[in-house]
Design a protein around this ligand. Structure first.
Ligand SMILES: [Zn+2]
Ligand SMILES: [Zn+2]
Ligand SMILES: [Zn+2]
Length: 258
């Protein structure tokens, strides 16, 4: 598979509450290591021509300002949970400067939530300045945005379908606790995988750290970064030390080059 060179930036690597969590005084939430401070999970993918974010978290505006993202060509959504869509209203700035609607790629379930949660953007008579969105319905078929070709990977978040995305040697999967056999085939052969790893204790709808490590080993992916991390997982540096070779916790601001 040929692909253009691109950079992935972790805009956020925290679970839905973020780290620190409001009101918590645990050792992780009070850590002075900036790697223990995690905004809600999202990545920025940038090639020479194209800039895409995966999910618009409640921290979207701050993430775009922090990384000076002045050009944004599309938004891909993984699933409709609030920590992945809440920041969508702030695409207004991109609408204003580009004069164009923002292309949004989402599966049917997420599209339904976007139409519900951001109903005012789809009203017949719109208030001036509301977000201008162009929805593109996606399923398991690959699609292109600019010079990037994206292969969706269907994974499961308890009973909710979630879209993972593969671009060339890179796969991003968040908010999953199960990947079917056929979908695993789509991941095989990639160089780097991002997987959610919430904490050590079992969870209803997220991989634990051990489960995430097991998948990386099963699929024989040489490099792995874990995201959507809870304060319950422990200190970034402590956890990194116990991970097998080639695996690490992602942290906010971390970059990967392909
Ligand atoms: Zn989430
Ligand atoms: Zn805490
Ligand atoms: Zn979720």
């Amino acid at each position: 598979m040929s692909y253009p060179s691109f950079t992935v930036t972790f805009l956020g690597t925290g679970t839905s509450s973020g780290v620190p969590m409001i009101g918590c005084s645990c050792v992780v939430c009070t850590s002075s290591n900036t790697k223990d401070q995690r905004l809600r999970s999202s990545i920025l993918i940038q090639s020479k021509e194209t800039a895409i974010v995966v999910d618009t978290t409640p921290d979207f505006r701050f993430q775009m300002l922090t990384h000076k993202v002045n050009q944004l060509d599309a938004i891909l959504f993984t699933h409709p949970h609030k920590d992945h869509i809440a920041g969508l209203d702030d695409v207004r700035a991109y609408n204003l400067f580009s004069g164009k609607p923002m292309p949004v790629y989402a599966n049917a379930l997420t599209e339904e939530a976007i139409r519900r949660d951001f109903y005012y953007a789809f009203a017949e008579k719109k208030y001036p300045g509301v977000p201008n969105l162009r929805l593109h319905l996606i399923d398991e078929k690959s699609f292109s945005v600019g010079d990037l070709t994206i292969q969706p990977i269907l994974v499961w978040h308890l009973k909710m379908p979630v879209m993972g995305f593969r671009i060339g040697p890179f796969t991003y999967i968040t908010d999953a606790n199960r990947i079917d056999k056929e979908e695993k085939e789509k991941i095989k052969g990639c160089h780097t995988i991002v997987l959610n790893a919430l904490r050590k204790q079992p969870h209803l709808s997220h991989f634990t750290l051990d489960e995430a490590v097991e998948i990386v080993q099963e699929l024989k992916i040489p490099h792995a970064c874990f995201t959507h991390v809870s304060h319950q997982l422990g200190l970034h540096d402590d956890i990194n030390q116990i991970l097998p070779n080639g695996m690490q916790l992602a942290y906010d601001g971390m970059k990967l080059q392909f």
